[in-house]
Design a protein around this ligand. Sequence first.
Ligand code: FES
Ligand code: FES
Length: 162
Amino acid sequence: MLSVSNTDYFDLELTVNGTPVRRRIPTHLRLLDFLREELGLTGTKEVCGEGECGACTVLLDGLTVDACLIFAVETHGMEITTIEGLSRNGNLTPLQQAFIDHHSVQCGFCIPGMILSGEQMLRDHEQLTREEIRQDLSGNICRCTGYQKIVDAIESVSRDRR
Ligand code: FES
Ligand code: FES
């Protein structure tokens, strides 16, 4: 049986969805597993586990990252936003509402990552064309929707801000 020495653990401190978190964790624990298994934030999904699909996208200090590619210890002192942290007091963000209004969800497995990528692109760009949206979503794969309605949702929020 594998034994793990004390030096393989780390006292992690970070902020997750606005809440300070402190946990002693194994140094080899992926951020994805920390969020899902330690914190119960299962909105962050795993599909490929190797940085190809974007299902595990979260915001790390405001930038999108693949949580399957990062060790949790690398996020020490940083701020993470998962899909559970977007709504405030039960109010969806305009983009979350747009995904509902445009029927952008089928199985839903890619959607947390799609929305977090969309939130970042809407924050970074005042206006977005469909081509820019498609390009920015290239790291997020959907096997169900054909992408049209996802692009429709993001474009509608960008357009409504004009
Ligand atoms: S599960 Fe992380 S990129 Fe696919
Ligand atoms: S809605 Fe099923 S993978 Fe995108």
